[in-house]
Write a new protein. Structure first.
Length: 128
């Protein structure tokens, strides 16, 4: 949870239109916040004891061009492919996770993960 909240703060700081959701037993949109207020809002968004990532992704409202999931890669249900670009950031040490298919899988967490995603997308743009 702490890694996900910290990453959300970094993403919101650079992506104007970023929306933050939490998942557990259900999907909940977190009110727009920044910094420590965002971390507090993520923690208070719902009880965090479930792992229904598939249901959460299927419940995302509207269209999105990318989704960044910070998870321990454990899910109680099947995880669908993203409809846009999808990044599955595994912050746990489990060897076998859920981030396969059309997901770009990233193991580990640091502030550099945001720069890594930006570099991937910049390289992709320059090849088209």
């Amino acid at each position: 949870m702490d890694a996900a909240a910290a990453l959300a703060v970094l993403i919101v700081a650079i992506a104007e239109q970023a929306r933050v959701f939490t998942f557990s037993e259900k999907l909940v949109e977190v009110p727009p916040r920044s910094g420590m207020a965002l971390i507090d809002a993520i923690r208070a968004s719902q009880p965090h004891n479930g792992t229904y990532l598939g249901q959460a992704l299927s419940s995302l409202p509207g269209d999105y061009d990318r989704v960044v999931v910070v998870t321990d890669e454990q899910s109680a249900d099947a995880v669908p492919n993203p409809t846009g670009k999808g990044y599955m950031i595994n912050v746990a040490s489990y060897q076998n996770g859920i981030g396969y298919g059309k997901w770009t899988r990233i193991n580990g967490f640091s502030e550099a993960v945001v720069q890594y995603i930006q570099a991937l997308e910049t390289a992709e743009l320059s090849t088209h």
